[in-house]
Write a new protein. Structure first.
Length: 137
């Protein structure tokens, strides 16, 4: 059975999903309102579940005017600004998750290519013919 792992997202990606700034996400992490962890590269990562629960709690603490703006329906004039006005938050989270996973795959590919190039360079140096030294001194 193949299991699909969900890639955690960066604070920037989490901010894009929730519609807040990266700094807001970082403040939430620093105050322990949003659970996050550091990966092997010492970068913050946030799981989808933690982000969803924080976003629900964060929306509950927003002022009523901010909530009205967040739940307001877009006018027909705004359609040219927003290509997909009816995207649900779950679809947005899924999109960001897929983008984060794609970015992780890109980083892994670059690391493998770098390693391959390094080994290729070593193999080429070993394959070069060098003049033999007949004298040992």
């Amino acid at each position: 059975m193949i299991t699909h792992t969900i890639m955690p997202m960066s604070p920037k990606q989490a901010g894009q999903v929730t519609g807040v700034s990266r700094r807001t996400i970082m403040r939430a992490i620093e105050t322990h309102n949003l659970r996050a962890f550091r990966d092997n590269k010492n970068q913050w990562r946030i799981t989808n579940d933690d982000l969803e629960s924080w976003a629900r709690a964060h929306r509950a603490h927003c002022s009523p005017t901010e909530q009205k703006e967040a739940t307001a329906q877009p006018s027909p004039d705004d359609d040219h600004h927003n290509a997909h006005p009816n995207i649900s938050p779950q679809d947005t989270l899924e999109l960001v998750r897929v983008k984060a996973e794609l970015e992780g795959e890109r980083i892994r590919r670059e690391a493998v290519e770098s390693d391959r190039d390094h080994w290729r360079e070593i193999a080429q140096k070993l394959a070069e013919s060098r003049p033999r030294k007949w004298w040992f001194w």
